[in-house]
Design a protein around this ligand. Structure first.
Ligand code: PMP
Length: 474
């Protein structure tokens, strides 16, 4: 007899970011297999993976090219340690990443060194430690290095990454464990306090009153730090769109302006492309910061690095940062950081195969086609009164649900509007996970046109069913 996996899970597993009381009250979906954009549960029911398995999967599940690369590496060796030894796939991957981040007309240093780790949080942890130590070595230990990041920021769950975060819901309870970092206004245009334009239609998102007040606030913050002689070591940000903060896009030009200001004030740039990397946000390069003309000093990648198959992360750094850690052994300038599975060969081999699928011109066209279709399908959602905002950057979408689109009044989090809509989507065979009241769509690149239509239609129907909204007559 087959084990009852759902019951085993409910008895023995503790799920991340999950209220387990709710989890224990309904039978979980137990996913057992997948192909392309489709996942199947143990009963054989099929679902579309509309958020790429929490933003990781790029090319679909069970991809023959990635499977082959993984199997070939498995025949050689599954794991060797990067503490003391090199391995072929990780060496090749580091060289490829240096090459890929060179493309584009971005301003900033070359990113020639890859420090591998395991996931997004550790990639940020590495960036933080490098920036901290680099500052101490180049500016001296006093004043202590300080960090600046965006309101609502989420950079992972380890203590350093949480310290960089500013999400009250996720981070409040750990405040006693954290070091202090400063936050600066993020360009959340839909809820911008300076945006006085009141919408007349659900899709009327006019920000004509914008005078880059958010950039002004950043400038003021940096000036204060300069006056107090306590400059920031680094400014950490997600480029083009903040993910877990609620899928909040930045207006074109915001990143170039704020990055230039941060650099003028001596701060390093830490780009967290854990979510945005590898073509997710569209454009010609694979990275959102490069697309905006900014090459950071530290670039953090994870999630899609190994195509969404295996945990693998990297923090790419400039020669200047790398050089600050060079010295005689007895100077102890070594970067004292590393994980047991750093530069794991199975993950690195899969990542190389994933890059082979990502980089051809045809693949870029295909992503563009998907992006255009998504934009066109999403227009159908504007007719729903509980859809307040639809935000799309490339293949990343956030649909913000509101109680009243005319006033933009949000649902209280306790009402679980986003969760209920996603549950109704699951009943329709489409899986995703909300961020509060924002429903996320982030389909894998192999999603077919008809699958994409089904994803958006299921969101539409789920909103109607859950929030009881009649259609507006336009
Ligand atoms: N940075 C960003 C922007 C993320 O979205 C996430 C995860 N959602 C992380 C860091 C942390 O990554 P991980 O969950 O792999 O530790």
């Amino acid at each position: 007899m087959k084990p009852n996996f759902a019951r085993l899970d409910q008895k023995f597993v503790w799920h991340p970011f999950t209220q387990m009381k709710d989890w224990l009250q309904q039978e979980p979906i137990v996913l057992a297999s997948g192909r392309g954009a489709v996942l199947k549960d143990v009963q054989g029911r099929a679902y579309l993976d509309a958020n790429s398995s929490i933003w990781t999967n790029l090319h679909g599940h069970n991809h023959p090219h990635l499977n082959r690369a993984l199997r070939q590496q498995l025949k050689r060796v599954a794991h060797t340690s990067a503490l003391g030894f090199a391995n072929p796939p990780a060496s090749l991957l580091a060289a490829q990443l240096a090459l890929l981040t060179r493309s584009g007309k971005a301003v900033g240093p070359e990113l020639v060194r890859s420090f591998f780790s395991d996931d997004g949080s550790t990639a940020l942890e590495v960036a933080l430690k490098l920036a901290y130590e680099f500052t101490r070595r180049t500016r001296g230990a006093r004043p202590a290095p300080r960090f600046l990041s965006l309101e609502g920021a989420y950079h992972g769950d380890t203590i350093g990454a949480v310290s960089l975060g500013h999400s009250p819901l996720f981070h409040r309870s750990f405040s006693g464990l954290l070091f202090k970092s400063d936050s600066v206004m993020a360009p959340y245009c839909y809820r911008c306090p300076f945006n006085r334009a009141s919408p007349e239609r659900a899709d009327a998102r006019t920000y004509r009153s914008c005078h880059w007040e958010c950039v002004g606030q950043m400038e003021a913050k940096l000036e204060t730090a300069r006056r107090q002689k306590r400059p920031y070591s680094a400014f950490a940000f997600e480029p083009r769109i903040q993910g877990a903060a609620g899928m909040i896009p930045q207006p074109e030009g915001w990143l170039a302006r704020t990055s230039a200001l941060a650099r003028e004030h001596g701060a390093l740039l830490i780009a967290d492309e854990v979510m945005t990397g590898f073509g997710r946000t569209g454009g010609n390069t694979l990275f959102a910061a490069l697309e905006e003309g900014v090459r950071p000093d530290l670039l953090c990648l994870a999630k899609g690095l190994a195509g969404g198959y295996l945990p693998l992360a990297v923090t790419l750094t400039s020669p200047t940062i790398f050089d600050a850690f060079l010295g005689e052994y007895a100077e102890f300038k070594t970067f004292f950081h590393g994980h047991s599975f750093t530069a794991n060969p199975l993950a690195a081999a899969t990542a190389l195969a994933s890059l082979e699928l990502l980089t051809p011109r045809e693949a870029r066209w295909e992503r563009k086609r998907l992006e255009r279709q998504l934009a066109s399908e999403l227009t159908h959602l504007w007719s729903l009164p509980s859809v307040g905002d639809i935000r799309q950057v490339g293949l990343v979408v956030g649909v913000e649900l509101v109680r009243d689109w005319t006033t933009r009044e949000p649902f209280a989090l306790a009402e679980r509007a986003g969760i209920r809509v996603c549950e109704a989507m699951a009943k329709r065979g489409v899986l995703t996970r909300p961020i509060g009241n924002v429903v996320v769509l982030m389909p894998p690149y192999c999603t077919t046109p008809s699958q994409l239509t089904r994803i958006v239609r299921s969101l539409h129907d789920a909103v109607v069913e859950t929030l009881g909204s009649p259609r507006l007559s336009n």
